[in-house]
Design a protein around this ligand. Structure first.
Ligand SMILES: Cc1ncc(COP(=O)(O)O)c(C=O)c1O
Length: 359
C-alpha cells in the first residue's frame, strides 16, 4: 500500500536549513502527491464592495466562516490562482512570475465584478504566506509548495448581484508531481461537452469553469484516458485546452498553441513562458486557430500549466481515431521542461527576471 505523505519522515531531509531552521517533521518528502497537507499559516484580507483591500494578516491555517447566503456559495462569485514556491539546491526559495498571477486575478475580478488586491498587495501576500510556511517548502527536487490564492464574495446577499463583502485568502500545501512519474498523457478529444463559449468566462480563473468539467473527465477516466481536450463551442472543430492546462503542437519547426483571441482559453503563465523559451530556441511559434486535424498530424504535442509544468501527450483519441506522438528523450517537450524547471529552480540563469526570491 502506498504510504501517506504524513506517515513517515525521510530523515535525510530533516536536517537544518539556513539560520538553524528545520523542515517540517513527519512528512515523507519522497512521496508527496497532489493533496492538501494542512500547514502552519494562511493569509486573509477582507474588504467591502465600496472599498479597496488595505491590510491583510496571517493566521493559523484553519476553517473559514461564511454566511449561508454568501455570493461565492450561491452565485459562484469567486476566482482562484495557483502558483508554486520552489526550493533551490542552495536552500533559497523562488517564486515564478507571481505578478502575472496578480494581473490575471485582477482581470478575472473585473469580469466577475469584484474588487481585487493590487499587484503589489497580491505579491506581498504570497511572499508573507510562503515566508511564514518556509519549513513546508519541500527539499530541492522533491516538489514544491503549491500556493492557492482565492478571491470570493463572502458576505451575506440573497438577491442576484455582486456581493457586499469580499475575502482574499491564500493557503498552501506541499505537493509532488501532479502527474505521477510525469507519464505521457493519453488525451480524449471531447466532442459533446464544452468548457467555454465566446463571451463567457473561459479566459479567467472563475471557479465556475472547473466543476462542469468533472462529468466528461470522469467518463474519460473510466475509459482509461488521463485527461480531456476541449474543442471550441462555436464550430466544434478547433482545439482549445485541457481541463487545467494549455496545449501546444509541434510540426517540423513550427510550434503552435490555440489563440487566446476568443476569450475562451485561460492565458496560462506557463504557456506564455514556453512561447518565449521556444522562440529563444529558434522555433517559429504561432498562436492561431488549430483544427483538430492539425493535432492529429502533429509530430509532438504537450500540455503546460503550473501543476503539470510541461508534460508530453503520448496519444490523442478523436472519435474512433487514435494517434501517438514522440515523447521522452530528444523531444522538444523534454527540452522545454528542462529549461523551464532549470529557471524555476535556480539551476539556469533567469535572463528575463521571472523568479522572485522569498527571504
Ligand atoms: C483552465 C486552465 N488552463 C490553463 C492553465 C495553466 O495556466 P498556468 O500556466 O498559469 O498555470 C490552468 C491552470 O491554472 C487552467 O486552470
Amino acid at each position: 500500500m502506498p504510504s501517506s505523505p504524513l506517515q513517515t519522515t525521510t530523515e535525510s531531509h530533516n536536517h537544518s536549513l539556513k539560520n538553524g531552521e528545520r523542515y517540517a517533521e513527519g512528512i515523507n518528502w519522497d512521496d508527496l502527491g497532489f493533496g492538501l497537507i494542512p500547514i502552519d499559516y494562511m493569509y486573509t484580507m477582507k474588504c467591502s464592495d465600496r472599498e479597496n483591500f488595505t491590510q491583510g494578516q496571517l493566521s493559523p491555517f484553519g476553517k473559514i466562516e461564511l454566511c449561508p447566503s454568501a455570493g461565492i456559495l450561491n452565485y459562484a462569485q469567486g476566482l482562484y490562482e495557483g502558483l508554486k514556491a520552489i526550493r533551490t539546491e542552495d536552500g533559497r526559495i523562488l517564486l515564478f512570475r507571481t505578478k502575472e498571477n496578480a494581473l490575471r486575478m485582477k482581470m478575472g475580478a473585473d469580469r466577475l465584478c469584484m474588487p481585487s488586491p493590487s499587484v503589489e498587495q497580491f505579491v506581498e501576500a504570497v511572499m508573507q504566506t510562503v515566508q511564514a510556511n518556509k519549513r513546508w517548502v519541500p527539499p530541492p527536487g522533491k516538489g514544491s509548495l503549491y500556493v492557492r490564492p482565492l478571491l470570493m464574495a463572502s458576505g451575506c446577499n440573497l438577491g442576484l448581484g455582486p456581493g457586499k463583502e469580499y475575502t482574499f485568502v491564500i493557503y498552501a500545501s506541499p505537493v509532488g508531481n501532479y502527474i505521477k512519474g510525469r507519464a505521457a498523457l493519453n488525451l480524449f478529444v471531447e466532442h459533446v461537452y464544452h468548457r467555454a463559449a465566446p463571451g463567457g468566462t473561459g479566459g479567467v480563473k472563475s471557479v465556475t469553469n472547473y466543476s462542469p468539467v468533472y462529468q466528461p473527465l470522469t467518463q474519460a477516466r473510466a475509459k482509461g484516458f488521463s485527461d480531456i481536450l476541449f474543442l471550441d463551442s462555436e464550430t466544434g472543430k478547433n482545439i482549445e485546452e485541457i481541463a487545467a492546462a494549455n496545449i501546444f503542437i509541434l510540426k517540423g519547426n513550427v510550434l503552435s498553441t490555440p489563440t487566446l483571441k476568443l476569450g475562451t482559453i485561460l492565458p496560462g503563465i506557463t504557456r506564455k513562458s514556453i512561447i518565449d523559451i521556444a522562440r529563444d530556441f529558434g522555433y517559429q511559434v504561432e498562436e492561431s486557430v488549430i483544427p483538430v486535424e492539425d493535432l492529429l498530424e502533429a509530430d509532438e504535442a504537450f500540455c503546460t500549466g503550473t501543476a503539470v509544468i510541461v508534460n508530453s501527450v503520448g496519444s490523442v483519441t478523436y472519435q474512433d481515431k487514435r494517434v501517438e506522438y514522440k515523447t521522452g528523450e530528444g523531444s522538444l517537450c523534454q527540452k522545454l521542461y528542462e529549461t523551464l524547471t532549470g529557471i524555476q529552480t535556480g539551476r539556469l540563469e533567469d535572463k528575463n527576471g521571472w523568479t522572485l526570491e522569498v527571504n
